[in-house]
Design a protein around this ligand. Sequence first.
Ligand SMILES: Nc1nc2c(ncn2[C@@H]2O[C@H](COP(=O)(O)OP(=O)(O)OP(=O)(O)O)[C@@H](O)[C@H]2O)c(=O)[nH]1
Ligand SMILES: [Mg+2]
Ligand SMILES: [Zn+2]
Length: 291
Amino acid sequence: MTEGVVIREKKGLYSVAADGRTVPCHAGSRIRKGGFRLLAGDRVEIELNSDGSGFITALLPRVNSLARPLVANIDLFVIVAAAASPAPYPYNIDKLTAMAAKRGIETAIAVNKCDVGDPEPLCAVYGLAGYRCFRVCAATGEGVGELAAYLKGKTAVFAGASGVGKSSLLNALFSGCDLQTGELSRRTERGKNTTRHTEFFAVGDGTYIADTPGFTSFDEENLGIDGKGELFSCFPEFEPFFGKCRWRGCTHTKEEGCAITEAVRGGKIAASRHESYVRLYGALAEISRRR
Ligand SMILES: Nc1nc2c(ncn2[C@@H]2O[C@H](COP(=O)(O)OP(=O)(O)OP(=O)(O)O)[C@@H](O)[C@H]2O)c(=O)[nH]1
Ligand SMILES: [Mg+2]
Ligand SMILES: [Zn+2]
């Protein structure tokens, strides 16, 4: 019996890092019959066969997991955005920050493509919200060392829209990665979903980084946030204003005397973050109505 970490799943075949190598594994019958879905990042027990392959016999307890991307046991969620090409779309970034906040997973923002755009507007918004921001450029290597130092020893996941440069950034950070990267579509200025699978890379010093497929959009149903009432606590910068609104039961969307909307007016909360909150609030309310 050996313990390992699932680093990749593809069509029912798992790659498990164990004993310093990668073992191709099938799920044993107990896992298959138990209906467990194994995720990249899951810690498992495996039995080794004589031909070097293995069987996954048990799933060890998860510390945490995310639905989008599907990963388990992560220390750090890195949302990659591009300063330009494609233009950042705050609502999608904020859905990701809220999803990770709900699970108590530390989140950082990496603003890539500093050679073709100005990272400061995004860093201002997310810095104000308390997120650690990195200005990076996969093309020139600028800022990459600082991010690498922060990742050291952690199990981290890169997520974000297609074409922002997640795979390029991994290649720039860790020379052994050699991941495929893709052009943007000339017509839509979006990425072409070059990365198809979530996969962790062991990059040394106990550091594991997952590259994940980008997305163009994803719906609010997959965030793992159970209703609009939970949303306030998914925006960490709202916290200091908790309980300070004029009305009990304030939804913080439009009420007079709302401490959150006042903080937006006073420049203490970014307007785009509050707009995302309001939009998500409406979407979650709509989902509850339909259920
Ligand atoms: N100018 C510039 N282009 C970059 C930079 N980083 C990545 N790119 C380009 O952006 C395009 C998309 O990069 P990828 O690394 O494939 O993006 P991705 O986020 O992995 O995309 P998906 O796998 O589709 O989710 C490629 O043409 C890269 O060469 C950068 O720092 N500056
Ligand atoms: Mg990619
Ligand atoms: Zn309020």
